[in-house]
Write a protein that binds this ligand. Structure first.
Ligand SMILES: Nc1ncnc2c1ncn2[C@@H]1O[C@H](COP(=O)(O)OP(=O)(O)OP(=O)(O)O)[C@@H](O)[C@H]1O
Ligand SMILES: [Mg+2]
Length: 405
């Protein structure tokens, strides 16, 4: 039996954050961490006038719209750790002056810590992705206005262009974005922030009742019982392990990465946390559901296919291929696929990493013949140096790619 997402997303993720020296770092307080025994916590939104915020939407259900956007006001979700530690943030000060405290929402952290599942409705119908300017892994986790707006732009574009993807592709839509209006402080970029509402029903919507399982939960250990066998083997069942993993996991994800790139210029980040498997009641993998739409956007590809830039803002636009390599070679290949292959090989030592990599390279070459136009020859990754906004710079590792030719 595969447990529900609310459980696996928190408690089947032990031992997976070893892919970089920063991966297991967190500044979240214990009670707000996914891997803690605290079941839930209260999020207390402020109710503030609509005139004070920017509102972005991408086809939210009426239910979500009516819940967060009221007649004159909006609900502004703020993580409690931010309220505790950032009392002098100008946006907090302003909202506390003009806002009133609204009824509290019971939430639980998802695996990314700053995306919170809303538990009030029984089923998890949606999540809120909130501003969390503390460092988790390599990054501080702000939710600035342009990031919020771009996630809504991408959700809308992907929903409208869903016919470009195969029927194994699903994604979690970002349907509402709310940010405080810019107060025009003298900062090098706009620092006004807010939150997103994420629809947890995978799109395209299917009626059947299906379970979502995070990618890392295939090989992650159970928080309460590290001796439990990996869920990967439960899914493989009596199937051939190599064929099962290639056909149900790796090849569809490679195809999705390539299709999103070719049709939209998006650089999906399919690491173990951003990928969910949608399972039918007997445990078969029906779709790959992608979450987290804060993707890099290759403007060279968009120009090549004549795709308009009008509906995008300037966040995460890219004009060169380093980040293509970071997402494909490192996030997907090194952080995720190598972990799955490693877990499988431990039980089936007659298999080798090359058995998994070679078919992926072939598919990549076939589906994306002009990849050399967009990818560097060698693998790129983050360097330890940072820009003025504390964003990591990139470096050429000099290594030969393993998951593409
Ligand atoms: N096995 C894992 N692999 C990668 N990241 C993981 C894993 N487990 C937990 N994480 C956490 O998930 C986050 C991944 O970063 P990423 O930018 O993809 O997500 P996010 O934008 O914070 O949130 P979301 O995915 O909910 O939109 C980090 O906080 C990282 O520490
Ligand atoms: Mg993520």
């Amino acid at each position: 039996m595969i447990p529900p997402l609310a459980y696996t997303d928190r408690y089947y993720n032990e031992g997976t954050r070893i892919y970089s020296s920063h991966a297991d770092y967190t500044e979240a307080d214990q009670q707000y961490r996914p891997n803690s025994i605290f079941e839930s916590f209260a999020l207390v939104p402020l109710r503030i006038p609509k005139s004070q915020v920017n509102i972005y939407t991408a086809n939210p259900t009426d239910q979500l719209l009516n819940r967060y956007i009221l007649k004159e006001d909006v609900l502004f979700c703020i993580h409690p750790q931010v309220l505790q530690h950032f009392q002098s943030d100008p946006y907090i000060i302003r909202m506390q002056e003009t806002g009133t405290v609204a009824g509290s929402i019971t939430v639980a952290p998802s695996s990314s810590t700053r995306t919170l599942y809303v538990l009030d409705d029984g089923d998890i119908s949606h999540a809120v992705k909130v501003h969390f300017p503390f460092r988790i892994s390599r990054y501080g986790r702000k939710m600035r206005d342009e990031v919020i707006e771009q996630a809504i732009n991408i959700s809308m574009e992907l929903e409208n262009g869903i016919h470009h993807l195969d029927d194994k592709f699903g994604f979690l839509r970002e349907v509402i974005g709310i940010s405080h209006k810019n107060l025009n402080y003298l900062t090098a970029r706009n620092e006004n922030w807010g939150y997103l509402v994420r629809d947890m029903l995978p799109f395209p919507h299917l009626l059947e009742n299906r379970i979502l399982l995070p990618g890392f939960a295939l090989y992650g250990k159970n928080f309460f019982d590290p001796e439990k066998p990996p869920l990967l083997f439960e899914l493989i069942g009596s199937n051939d392990p190599l064929v099962f993993i290639l056909e149900n996991v790796m090849l569809p994800i490679v195809r999705h990465w390539v299709d999103c790139f070719l049709h939209f210029g998006y650089m999906l980040e399919p690491h173990g946390q951003n990928v969910l498997f949608e399972l039918d009641p007997s445990g078969g993998i029906e779709r790959i559901v992608h979450r987290d739409l804060s993707v890099g956007i290759d403007m060279r590809r968009r120009r090549q296919i004549g795709l308009s830039q009008d509906n995008l803002n300037s966040y995460n636009r890219m004009e060169s291929g380093e980040f293509n390599s970071i997402t494909y070679d490192m996030f997907m290949g090194s952080h995720f696929f190598d972990a799955i292959a490693g877990c499988c090989i431990e039980r089936y030592p007659e298999l080798s990493p090359e058995d998994f990599r070679s078919p992926c390279r072939k598919l990549f070459a076939r589906a994306f013949p002009n990849h050399r136009e967009f990818f560097p020859e060698t693998v790129h990754y983050f360097s330890e140096e940072r820009d003025k906004f504390n964003k990591p710079l990139y470096k050429d590792t000099g290594k030969t790619p393993e998951w593409r030719p």
